[in-house]
Design a binder for this molecule. Structure first.
Ligand code: ZN
Length: 459
């Protein structure tokens, strides 16, 4: 085993939380801000008018540094050795910059100022609308997004913000409507002290972080604070009310009253093959604990290995199947995706669902060899990592965002994150048994599976 990973140190300065991993031998510095505001927060009034605003806001904010003086901030950063970007997610937005330590003062000033004291300029907003529009059109160029939108509309039927994450046309229509006043209002509403957490790493000391935050950040209360709790608790299970879809008769299971017929079919006259997707809700213990979260990663890996074995190696029906898990207070899910020649799709959908049903049987066991090999693959991924301060902070930051997603109703500033080192994560994964895996299969609600395909013809 390698040396233990440096843990982030938590700092509270001027009422803001920051996590720091200092390494005075590093030649670089990383600065990041995470804000609890994402697709979830858009249109909480259940209209659709705000859908897409976070993405535009992210673009605008990256150019809202007063030092750039109403010009694109790329004009400044092109002349400095640093790379910056942002990204918009379901429950948060992040802004980060990494550069040589000679740029530290500007990098810290940039991130803290755009978050706390941005300058919004009408010309910049128009320019960034054009950039976002182009990005959305790239997504539209691939018709598969229509399949995902149809499926996620079922999954998130009661949250317009989440439902519209995949509604590209609506985001394009909304772009035209968003005004400077909307941008200013949005900043006031969500970029408040309790919604922000910072991450720093590299050649920057704890005391430098404290003085920068104290100097640059002023406490701001929100106009209102809408946490996100899209789940209800029943006994010891977290239920996902947004999973409204009820499947028709699949894989020998009696279907209930159906309001949507599955599989959903989306026609693409140009398609040369068929793309399919299956979304399965998974109950998690409440409150979610970290060990079972790590077991969930193994669960996802095992489904991937076994489905590829079944569909590709044994039955030659696909080239490959992808399996991804998503854990959040908006619902835990397993997403299975792949492409195939048109005539195979119904067989594949049925085999995937049948696979899940079969694994719920009390007598069923995932073979020990498969579990052992998959645990080994997690260890391999870990052993490949090098361990600089900036790479470490990336690991802990993703742990933080995962934990924040799973505790969606808690403001970021109040989140007590039980950081687990990569070494401990491996131990957690190592501790999973075949019985743990079967329990996870049994926590999957196959009767609420949402699935469909996009291709030239209905099969
Ligand atoms: Zn973008």
């Amino acid at each position: 085993m390698k040396t233990t990973t440096a843990m982030p140190v938590k700092i509270d300065a001027a009422g803001f939380n920051a996590y720091v991993i200092s390494d005075t031998l590093s030649k670089m510095v990383y600065v990041c801000a995470i804000i609890r505001s994402g697709f979830y927060n858009e249109s909480p009034d259940a209209t659709d008018h705000e859908s897409g605003i976070n993405h535009l806001f992210e673009h605008v904010l990256l150019n809202a540094w007063r030092k750039c003086n109403k010009k694109q901030c790329a004009l400044f950063w092109n002349n400095h050795s640093a790379n910056y970007n942002g990204s918009t997610h379901m429950q948060y937005v992040e802004y980060h910059i990494t550069g040589l330590d000679s740029e530290t003062a500007d990098m810290v000033d940039y991130i803290t100022q755009i978050i706390n004291n941005p300058h919004f300029d009408a010309k910049i907003i128009e320019a960034e609308k054009a950039a976002v529009l182009n990005e959305l059109k790239i997504v539209q160029n691939n018709p598969t997004h229509k399949l995902y939108h149809a499926l996620y509309s079922c999954v998130y039927s009661d949250r317009s913000g989440l439902r519209n994450e995949t509604n590209i046309q609506m985001q394009i229509d909304n772009l035209k409507r968003i005004t400077v006043a909307d941008i200013v209002e949005y900043h006031k509403r969500y970029y408040t002290s309790e919604n922000i957490t910072f991450f720093f790493a590299g050649n920057i000391t704890k005391s430098a972080v404290i003085s920068a935050l104290t100097r640059n950040m002023t406490r701001k209360r929100g106009l209102d604070n809408r946490g996100c709790s899209a789940v209800t608790i029943d006994g010891d299970k977290v239920l996902i009310p947004s999973f409204r879809a009820i499947s028709s008769n699949v894989a020998g299971r009696a279907g209930r009253n159906t309001n949507t017929n599955f599989p959903i079919f989306i026609k693409n006259p140009e398609a040369k093959n068929t793309t399919f997707a299956i979304i399965l809700p998974v109950f998690q213990p409440s409150p979610p604990d970290i060990v079972s979260t790590h077991h969930f990663y193994l669960f996802e890996g095992i489904i991937g290995v076994e489905l590829n074995l079944l569909l590709r190696t044994k039955n030659k029906l696909v080239y490959g199947v992808g399996v991804q898990s998503y854990l959040s207070t908006n619902g835990n899910m397993i997403v299975i995706t792949g492409s195939c020649i048109d005539k195979n799709v119904m067989r594949i959908l049925n085999m995937c669902l049948h696979y899940m049903v079969e694994h719920q049987h009390p007598q069923h066991r995932v073979p020990e060899k498969i579990i052992h090999a998959e645990k080994g693959r997690f260890a391999m991924a870990e052993y490949r990592q090098t361990r600089t301060a900036i790479q470490n902070i990336a690991y802990y930051q993703s742990f933080f965002t995962m934990y924040a997603r799973m505790n969606g109703s808690v403001p970021l500033a109040e989140l007590k994150v039980p950081f687990v080192s990569p070494e401990q994560m491996l131990c957690d994964i190592e501790s999973a048994s075949a019985t743990d895996m079967r329990k996870m299969f049994q926590s999957t609600d196959i009767s609420k599976a949402v699935y469909g395909y996009i291709g030239k013809h209905k099969q």
